[in-house]
Ligand binder design. Structure first.
Ligand SMILES: [Zn+2]
Length: 434
């Protein structure tokens, strides 16, 4: 299947930061050509499908590197309370009542929201029914790194059974759907997993060659407790336990000091920065500019809709660009190209996916289109697009989303979803929650 999308302004996000008025040729699931100008008559004749972009912007699909799809129905269930109270009073009591259908409706709801706001790849950490979530993701055609979140505050037998479930998921789903599905190992956090369990997870990651994903140092209190209990800071401890021996992505990293930042860099650990969730829970602001100055791969995540409360990566990028300027009292702290990189190819690097996140020949054809003919994106020309994408665009400006060369959202219509049904089911389930 060969597709041509022409009459678009392409934001390539390649190393030269090129923006091109032209067209792309997609052969099966890859960009075969990215070019200026108009396709030739022969190229048009050879194409199975020709799409006129009508002046839209075409850019890489966004990559959300931290979330919990299964808790999407808890959007708005507990505002204005700190992380621990929120987990203990809102999240965990409700999640203990979730059945399989609730989790799968929540996951599908989140996928619709992501696709409609331009996300093509996401990481999901969830402790319930991950096999079911994986099946839905495959059916809907998204690219995802899925992890069965493991809380270790239980017997050793239960710990082992969670680990076994994670490895089984890996054996069954890793690389599935033409490589669109990846599986990682995911201890929930150092404060919910004792060291012996973390060591077991590190050994398993090593044996199976699995990537590791975990929450780290989200709140100040969590770090202070960790030091009290183990006599060392969490990042140092995790390194000693072997968690960084395989590729590792940590979520948050809000309260890390200079020494820990150096360890993250030396051990090649990537970070998922979740600015909106960290602000909403009053957790703090991660030292992202310091991490980037050291050369750490920093990506962006929304966290779940229970602490965000949406999955709009454009909003996340805007927040990431703004808060660090404010903290540093310096507008040069962030810029739009680097911020857009965090939402695209830095996210790909963080997930160990090295052929997505740019519009360039040989890369996977994961891309979105945006209609700039709206007042809040006017006026524009090629020199202003990056600024508009970070400071003015909303997820709802996305009109088309393609993953692996296949449309999952065309002219604002979802292809593989019964949106009305899922929204109605999600509202119906509200009565089951506390
Ligand atoms: Zn999280």
């Amino acid at each position: 299947m060969r597709k041509i999308i022409h009459s678009v302004t392409i934001v390539t996000m390649n190393d030269e930061n090129e923006r091109i008025n032209g067209y792309v040729v997609v052969e099966r699931n890859l960009f075969q050509k990215v070019s200026k100008g108009k396709p030739t008559a022969e190229e048009l004749r050879k194409a199975d499908e020709v799409i006129n972009g009508n002046g839209k912007w075409l850019m890489p699909g966004l990559i959300n590197t931290h979330g919990h799809l299964g808790s999407s129905l808890l959007r708005g269930a507990g505002d204005d309370i700190p992380l621990m109270t929120w987990l203990k009073q809102v999240m965990w009591p409700n999640e203990s009542r979730f059945d399989r259908e609730t989790v799968l409706v929540a996951a599908e709801l989140a996928m619709m929201e992501m696709i409609k706001s331009g996300t093509t790849t996401f990481l999901d950490m969830y402790h319930l029914h991950m096999d079911g979530i994986a099946d839905v993701v495959m059916k809907k055609g998204l690219r995802a790194t899925l992890c069965r979140g493991m809380i270790g505050l239980c017997s050793e037998e239960e710990q082992e059974s969670k680990l076994k479930e994670s490895v089984q998921l890996f054996k069954h789903y890793h690389g599935a759907n033409e490589g669109k599905i990846s599986i990682a190992l995911s201890p929930h956090a150092p404060y919910t997993c004792p060291p012996s369990f973390l060591r077991r997870i590190a050994e398993t990651a090593q044996e199976e060659k699995m990537m590791v994903h975990t929450h780290v140092s989200e709140t100040r209190n969590e770090v202070e407790q960790h030091i009290k209990e183990y006599g060392k800071r969490p990042v140092i401890h995790l390194g000693e336990l072997g968690l960084f021996d395989q590729p590792c992505l940590i979520a948050h990293g809000v309260h890390v000091n200079e020494q820990e930042i150096s360890i993250l860099k030396d051990r090649n650990v990537a970070v998922s920065h979740n600015p909106v969730s960290n602000l909403k829970l009053g957790s703090g602001i991660a030292p992202i500019p310091q991490m980037q100055a050291k050369g750490i791969t920093v990506s962006l995540g929304t966290d779940s809709t229970a602490s965000n409360n949406n999955l709009d990566m454009f909003e996340e990028m805007r927040m990431a660009a703004l808060i660090h300027k404010g903290v540093k009292e310096d507008p040069a702290t962030t810029n739009s190209f680097d911020t857009l990189a965090m939402g695209t190819h830095k996210g790909a690097e963080a997930l160990q996916l090295h052929d997505i996140g740019k519009i360039t020949a040989g890369y996977k054809a994961d891309f979105i289109m945006i209609d700039p003919n709206v007042s809040h994106l006017t006026p524009w020309d090629e020199s202003r697009i990056l600024s508009h994408l970070i400071y003015a665009t909303k997820g709802s400006d996305v009109t088309d989303t393609f993953i692996d060369g296949e449309a999952v959202y065309r002219n604002r219509q979802l292809i593989n979803f019964d949106e009305e049904r899922i929204i109605s089911l999600a509202n119906e389930k509200l009565k089951n929650f506390v």
